[in-house]
Structure formats: structure tokens, C-alpha cells
Design a protein around this ligand. Structure first.
Ligand code: ZN
Length: 574
């Protein structure tokens, strides 16, 4: 006959084996573990076989959740983290010379930074780390109407948070004199001309592939008009400087694009010092060259512009970088374009730029994504291809879970609570581990005869059924109603096969709510009304000790982050 102690031993190894194999334990594996621990049992192998078969049968009937819960209580030391498989780095970079790779982070400070910017920034940063080199943080801020002072810091903070360290920093708006000098040089060499056609005419002629009358002006006329632009003789929209490109090119960006224009709006950093501003392509072409950028890694929406930017540099005898273009980073159900996000905010459908359903950096931080997870995602999973790819949040969540698990305390949260009265249990303190491994220390709860448990747990167990209150006792349920359930407690180790549930002492309970963000957009692209669920319930008082932004795992519920809103948590993932 098997003793109770031996049964516990078998139970432990059956749980461990099931935990490692998706919920199904193998008798043979369990037997060899038991014998390794108690070699004398070889002589009673027949009895052992029977007992193992019995216990394995019980364990295999349990849900994976119950197996995990029970094992974490009975033998947390066996729950070693399952380590990642072999690590995959980013694919090699074309034309990269060891020690001489220069990349750049090129934000336009015109809106909040989002996960796509962070991943793109990480790709640039990781390549410069991989080959040794330098990375620039360069603000592309030459459109005074779009740029806002507060967004510079949003990017600095966001990149820093993502673990990106840049070697140099500058603003394109610091180089206005340089843009002017090169513009003059282009005019003198017959590569640019001043055009005072109306915007409509320019647009029409470009689409028809036809030059305007100004293209054949003399250099002297162009220089005079250019001086007039700089001196403020023209107002916005009246005149622009255009590049001599190729009016018949199939790539329409080459059809004599505007490179400098008058903008009568103050710049957040430069004030009203300048009124002639470079366009994006012109500024970037020059900046990439003078910063010594060897590799331009960016999303493929810019692809048509490579040829134009190379043409500008060619005219100015500047070197061209190697371009690596990839599709922008999209996540399912989540808008990334600023226009879309702004519209959702204006329509009152999300609460602001940090709404936990969005993919801005402030949002994903609120939702508990950690930098380490983003970095691993960038290294292992981003596809640097030009075909559209929509990433799954679940993948990022799975990586994030591994990153936060070791440091995240466990606590009890009970949704839809119902009182369970356990007569004769008395009042006493229990110490519960903050982490299954015991590494994070203990928390103390004062237990009394009334505890909150989850309504649906009691219902599915039913009157007369038995349940395990984690780390506390086994309970036989006597009666269950909407308001109150009653049961008999039996202190001691978990009984094999019981469902393990969390609980909160009534006199230690605090009311909390959990915001559960879901996909903002339905698969057809329309707003998902059910994108934010709110779960109300009670948590153990230990949650008071958590700081805003701290992670916690509510057992059997999921990983959450303590939010800035009072008594509120934001759900991260399972
Ligand atoms: Zn013209």
C-alpha cells in the first residue's frame, strides 16, 4: 500500500510532467522521477505502477491552468522558466563594413511616438551595434506648420525608454544656412529654378509631365528671384524653388519637385528667423550625406524617393547611402497613422494619446510592454521585407510575459466576488509567496471566516463539491447562493485533482477595476465598440503597496499594471 506521503511525491512529479507537456503526463516519465528520488521503491514496483497510473489519470483530467496552479503551490521549485530556443539576430546588412556603419533615427516631431517608430529605431540601433558604428538622432523638423516643441521630448524619452542610445543628435532646422548655400549652388549650376506658377498649375503640369515657362529662365533671373525669396519679397504660395528633374519620368517625384518654399509660420525652435524652408526630400538628402549615413533603414513608403534623393546628392557631388526598405510595422486591430488616431480622439472614441488600446509608446507602457520585449521582438521577428505584414499582439505578449515573469509579484484578484463562509476557520495570518519560486519574498494576509471567491468557480464546482483555496485549505461546499456560500475548511496540503482557486479575505479586500484593452478596429477597419472591457472585483490589500506602473500577476486572471487612475489596473496579457 502506498502512504499518503508517497502519493504526494507521485502527484508532484505527475504535475511537473504534465506542466512540461501541455497538460498530459506520461506514466513512465513519472515513475523514473519517483524512483530517482526514492530508489528503494524498485522492490515494490508493482504497487508503484498502480499508484502512478491512478495519479496520472487524475492529473491528466485537470485543466492546464489547474495543473499550473497546483504545481506552483506544491513544488514551485520545479517551475523553472522554459528558456527561449536559439536566438536569431537581424539578417546581415548589405554593403556593411565592420566598424563603419552609420544609421539614423529620423523622427518628425509632429506627433506622439508609437511602437512602429520604436521598432524602426531599434532596427537602426541594433545594426549599428551589430557592426560597430554610430547612430544619429536627427529631428526632421523643417515643416514649421507640423512641428511642435513637445514632440521632440516625446521621441527622446521614447527612444531612451526603448533602450536606444544615440551617439549624435541634431535638428535639420539647425542647418538652414547649409540648405541655402546648396540651393544657390544648384541654381548656379542650372539644376534649380525659381517658379512662380500657382500651386494648381504646378500640380497640373507635373501630372501631365510638362515643364512650365520658368524652367528655361536664365541663372541670373533665378538668382535674383531666389534673393527675393530670402529677403521676404514674396509671400507663401507665391514662389518656390524647384529642382531640375525629369518631367517625363514614370517616378513622379522626379518631375521637378519643389525643394525650397516660403512658409509664413513660426517654428517652435527657430521662431520667425526663417521664412524659406526646405522640403523633406531636399533636407534629408543633404543631411544623410553630411552626417555620413551609410545605411538608410526605413519603411517602404519612402521608396520612390530614393531616386530623387540620390539625384539631389548627385548634383551636389555627395555620396549616396545604401537603402534598406521594409513595410511599416503594423499590429492587428491597431491604427498607427497619426491621422487615424487623431480622428479617434476627436470623435471621443479613445481617451487620448495614452489610451491603453493605442500603440503609442505612452499607451504600450501603460499596458505593461517592457523595452526588453520590444528589443527581442525587433531582433527575432521583424521582417525587413517589402510585403505587407501585420504583426500579432499575441506574439509580442508572449515575449513580454517571459521578460516580466521573473520580477512580477503574484496577488489575488477576484472578479464577480461572492462571500464564502468557512465556519470554524478562525482568524490567523498566512504568509504567501509573492512568486512561485519564492524569490520575491512573502506577503501576509489576515484570514478570517469570510472570504471572497469567484462566483463562476463556485457554480461550476457545485454544492457538495470540493475546491482548493490556493495556499490555504481544501473546502467542501455545503451551499451556494448569489450572496453567500458556505463550506467546511480542511487545512493541509492540496488534495489531488481539486480545482485551485484564488481568494481574498473579506476584511482585507479592496475594490479595484481592471481595464482590458482589445483590438480598436474590427477586421473590416471600423471601430470596435467592445474594444475596452472593464472587469470589477476585489483584490487583496497588498495591491496598495504597488507603485503606479508596477506589474502584478493576478493569479488565474493575467498580468496587469497598476494604473495612474485610482484603484485601476490595466490588463497586459495572460
Ligand atoms: Zn513655373
Amino acid at each position: 500500500m502506498m502512504t499518503g506521503e508517497l502519493r504526494q511525491l507521485i502527484y508532484k512529479w505527475a504535475l511537473k510532467n504534465a506542466y512540461d507537456h501541455g497538460g498530459l503526463a506520461q506514466e513512465k516519465a513519472v515513475i523514473s522521477k519517483v524512483i530517482a528520488e526514492r530508489p528503494e521503491l524498485k522492490t515494490a514496483i508493482k504497487d508503484l505502477l498502480g499508484a502512478v497510473r491512478d495519479v496520472v489519470g487524475q492529473v491528466n483530467a485537470m485543466s492546464l491552468d489547474a495543473i499550473t496552479q497546483t504545481l506552483s503551490e506544491l513544488a514551485p521549485e520545479l517551475m523553472v522558466e522554459r528558456r527561449m530556443e536559439t536566438r536569431r539576430k537581424l539578417p546581415p546588412l548589405p554593403n556593411a563594413v565592420e566598424g563603419n556603419v552609420v544609421t539614423r533615427l529620423p523622427p518628425e516631431p509632429s506627433g506622439y511616438m508609437h511602437i512602429g517608430h520604436a521598432l524602426s529605431g531599434l532596427v537602426n540601433y541594433l545594426y549599428k551595434e551589430m557592426y560597430g558604428g554610430k547612430v544619429w538622432l536627427r529631428f526632421e523638423d523643417t515643416d514649421p506648420r507640423k512641428v511642435r516643441a513637445e514632440y521632440y521630448d516625446s521621441y527622446r524619452d521614447g527612444y531612451r525608454w526603448a533602450g536606444i542610445r544615440w551617439d549624435y543628435e541634431k535638428n535639420n532646422s539647425d542647418d538652414m544656412e547649409l540648405f541655402y548655400q546648396n540651393a544657390k549652388r544648384l541654381i548656379e549650376e542650372g539644376k534649380a529654378y525659381a517658379c512662380n506658377c500657382s500651386r494648381e498649375v504646378v500640380r497640373r503640369l507635373r501630372s501631365e509631365g510638362l515643364p512650365c515657362v520658368h524652367r528655361s529662365q536664365t541663372v541670373d533671373v533665378n538668382l535674383e528671384l531666389w534673393d527675393g525669396m530670402l529677403e521676404g519679397r514674396y509671400s507663401e504660395g507665391e514662389i518656390s524653388l524647384r529642382l531640375v528633374g525629369d518631367m517625363s519620368s514614370a517616378n513622379t517625384t522626379l518631375r521637378d519637385p519643389v525643394i525650397m518654399r516660403v512658409v509664413e509660420a513660426p517654428h517652435p525652435l527657430k521662431g520667425e528667423r526663417y521664412r524659406v524652408w526646405p522640403t523633406y526630400d531636399y533636407a534629408v538628402s543633404i543631411e544623410d550625406a553630411i552626417c555620413g549615413v551609410t545605411h538608410v533603414l526605413r519603411t517602404s513608403e519612402f521608396m520612390l524617393r530614393d531616386e530623387l534623393q540620390n539625384l539631389i546628392r548627385g548634383y551636389l557631388h555627395m555620396p549616396n547611402p545604401t537603402f534598406v526598405e521594409y513595410e511599416r510595422f503594423e499590429f492587428e486591430g491597431t491604427p498607427v497613422s497619426r491621422r487615424e488616431i487623431r480622428s479617434l480622439i476627436e470623435r471621443g472614441l479613445v481617451s487620448g494619446w495614452d489610451d491603453p488600446r493605442l500603440a503609442t509608446i505612452v499607451s504600450i507602457r501603460r499596458r505593461g510592454i517592457v523595452p526588453k520585449a520590444l528589443k527581442e521582438f525587433a531582433e527575432r521577428y521583424v521582417a525587413l521585407t517589402q510585403s505587407r505584414k501585420v504583426y500579432s499582439w499575441d506574439l509580442l505578449y508572449a515575449i513580454n510575459r517571459k521578460c516580466v515573469d521573473d520580477l512580477t509579484p503574484r496577488m489575488f484578484f477576484v472578479k464577480d466576488p461572492v462571500k464564502l463562509k468557512l465556519e470554524g476557520l478562525g482568524e490567523f495570518d498566512v504568509e504567501l509567496p509573492l512568486h512561485p519560486t519564492g524569490r520575491l519574498g512573502q506577503r501576509r494576509l489576515r484570514v478570517s471566516e469570510e472570504l471572497y471567491v469567484q462566483q463562476d468557480d463556485l457554480r461550476s464546482i457545485g454544492e457538495g463539491g470540493k475546491v482548493r483555496l490556493k495556499h490555504l485549505c481544501n473546502v467542501t461546499l455545503r451551499s451556494i447562493s448569489d450572496k453567500l456560500a458556505e463550506g467546511a475548511a480542511e487545512l493541509g496540503p492540496p488534495e489531488p485533482g481539486l480545482r485551485v482557486i484564488q481568494w481574498v479575505p473579506v476584511n482585507e479586500a479592496v475594490d479595484v477595476r481592471v481595464l482590458i484593452p482589445g483590438p480598436l478596429l474590427k477586421p473590416d477597419g471600423t471601430f470596435n465598440e467592445l474594444s475596452l472591457q472593464v472587469e470589477g472585483g476585489v483584490a487583496e490589500r497588498s495591491v496598495d503597496s504597488l507603485e503606479v506602473g508596477a506589474h502584478v500577476q493576478f493569479e488565474r486572471f493575467g498580468y496587469c499594471v497598476k494604473d495612474k487612475l485610482p484603484m485601476t489596473f490595466v490588463y497586459s496579457h495572460r
